[in-house]
Write a protein that binds this ligand. Structure first.
Ligand code: G6Q
Length: 540
């Protein structure tokens, strides 16, 4: 198979880059008066303005040709058809089935999976209604007021992010917490002021063998039993979300209280499966269904829109343009919404775990850059911290700005101030400020170079009418499919995670070596041996 970098489409882009690399956004805007209106796309409720990027209509045409050559559409269709495109694990990749409406058909190994999805959603809905109404009580008959999700990585970041995002839609009389770190502090802080008689734990783990999660789950069981003193309490205070029924039973959770998902749901793509149970308890089954409908709306767009109008594909292609031709190493994602405080953390895993690969789907080393480093925080806070480097540093950092037209709460004129910042930053990043402009402001000569802004820093702006379960679903699906598009172009498997699997095993050998009652013969490298010895000595 021809390597993507050896195709005529890639070569044309490389040539085009040489022609365009020094062109300033100021000139692109001057040459095309309607650029701000023409370089934009809409899908569902999302509006993407990509005009402040260092590209022309020709660039888009060439990028679209690259996507066709790379077979992005064919891989997309294979995903929707339930083919096993996760080749290293021989699994289908069907997070899109998690939000398929009742009656739609998506088959894996000849079996339609949509009815199973809805059966679990119905069970989740029933459970959520009982807990939220008080019909489901704790062991002593008290109402459940606290829900703690125990999980890590894909079994934590999604529900945690979405709970934060949608907490304004949640039952405010209930407390929701998330324990992920095996650092005992995480569990201790999450439970320190809670009453076990009113607390429900959701143990969320696809494999139900992850060291951190199982350690936290065992501690949670002890914490519950220490207060309630009766094994029978476990059935009222613990439910599991997993693909592994045998391990759930072994842990002591009645599988009647287990919510299932399937091996064709990747961890980082799973929060709209039963992994989102904590979120459903918070916002209710109807809110959850609304979110799934939002996801589905973007899925439909991704599946049917031509590449030129396909919002996730265009976003992915613009990313390829900077990653592979401009040599940009990172992407900043900057939501101007405090409820989205954890969005970038979530997208960091989605993108970096999916496309952080260095061999092709055929196992050959890649000779091109793959997934970027994703980082960022909600605006406006970052403006007072690291935006300095984006404006005046030496690195090229493409940014996604995400804003909402309606605030969740009308608090004075805060929202206009917030949004004015969202509009002003991409403007300043694109157009900068010339030395002449700075001088004309009366700035003393010695300061002029320091107060000059080169501009030409690329940004996307995504505008959304308002934050809701529906638009959150659309936004997350947008980024899922963006990551998909890029992985398809780089010809990597975006759906395995062998680096994470490695991490799950590495510590297992060392855990017994830290036990103070033993005197282990250490046979690691000299650095690791010395560190372990020092730790043992200082731990006492
Ligand atoms: C996600 C990854 C990883 C995984 C966690 C938790 O795609 O595979 O982040 O979600 O390691 O795994 P379990 O759900 O099996 O505990």
């Amino acid at each position: 198979m021809t390597r993507i970098v050896d195709t005529a489409e890639w070569q044309e882009l490389a040539h085009h880059y040489e022609q365009l690399r020094d062109t300033h956004l100021r000139d692109l805007f001057a040459a095309q008066p309607d650029r701000g209106e023409s370089m934009c796309l809409e899908a569902g409720d999302l509006y993407l303005d990509y005009s402040k990027n260092r590209l022309t209509a020709d660039t888009i045409r060439l990028l679209v040709a690259l996507a066709r050559r790379a077979g992005v559409e064919q891989l997309r269709d294979a995903m929707f058809a339930g083919e096993k495109i996760n080749i290293t694990e021989h699994r289908a990749v069907l997070h899109v089935a998690l939000r398929a409406p009742r009656g739609e058909q998506i088959t894996v190994d000849g079996q339609d999976v949509v009815p199973q999805v809805h059966e679990v959603l119905d069970r989740m809905g029933d459970f959520a209604r009982r807990v939220r109404s008080g019909a489901w009580t704790g062991h002593t008959g008290q109402r459940i007021r606290n829900v703690i999700n125990i999980g890590i990585g894909g079994s934590d970041l999604g529900p945690r992010m979405a709970y934060e995002a949608l907490r304004d839609f949640s039952d405010r009389s209930m407390t929701f917490r998330f324990v992920s770190n095996v650092d005992g502090t995480d569990f201790w802080e999450a439970t320190r002021n809670l009453d076990p008689a009113e607390t429900l734990f959701i143990v969320a783990s696809k494999t139900f063998t992850t060291l951190e999660t199982m350690t936290n789950a065992r501690t949670a069981r002890q914490w519950t039993l220490a207060a309630l003193g009766d094994d029978a309490a476990i059935a009222k205070h613990f439910v599991a979300v997993s693909t592994n029924e045998a391990e759930v039973a072994k842990f002591g959770i009645d599988t009647v209280n287990m919510f299932e998902f399937w091996d064709w749901v990747g961890g980082r793509y799973s929060y709209d499966s039963a992994i989102g149970l904590s979120l459903m308890l918070a916002i209710g089954p109807d809110g959850f269904a609304e979110m799934l409908a939002g996801f589905h709306r973007m899925d439909q767009h991704f599946r049917t829109a031509p590449i030129e109008q396909n919002l996730p594909m265009i976003l992915g292609l613009i990313g390829v343009w900077y990653n592979n031709f401009f040599g940009a190493e990172t992407v900043a994602i900057l939501p101007y919404n405090q409820y989205l405080a954890r969005l970038t953390d979530y997208l960091q895993q989605l993108d970096m775990e999916s496309d952080g690969k260095s061999v092709t789907r055929d196992g050959e080393p890649v000779a091109w850059q793959t997934g970027p480093i994703i980082w960022g925080q909600p605006g406006t806070n970052g403006q007072h911290a690291y935006y300095q480097l984006i404006h005046q540093g030496t690195k090229l950092i493409p940014c996604d700005f995400i804003g909402f037209c309606q605030p969740r709460h009308q608090v004075g004129d805060h929202h206009n101030v917030l949004m004015a910042n969202l509009f002003a930053q991409p403007q300043a990043l694109a157009f900068g400020k010339t030395a002449e402009e700075v001088r004309a402001e009366g700035v003393p000569d010695f300061q002029v170079p320091h107060r000059t802004f080169a501009g030409n820093h690329p940004t996307n702006t995504i505008l959304v009418p308002e934050l809701s379960p529906d638009t959150l679903g659309q936004l997350i699906a947008l980024y899922e499919h963006k990551v998909f598009t890029q992985g398809a172009i780089w010809n990597i498997n975006s759906f395995d995670q062998w680096g994470v699997e490695l991490g799950k095993k590495l510590a297992l050998d060392i855990v017994p070596e830290l036990d103070a009652t033993t005197d282990p013969a250490l046979d690691h490298d000299s650095s690791t041996n010395a560190l372990i010895r020092r730790y043992r000595r200082l731990r006492g």
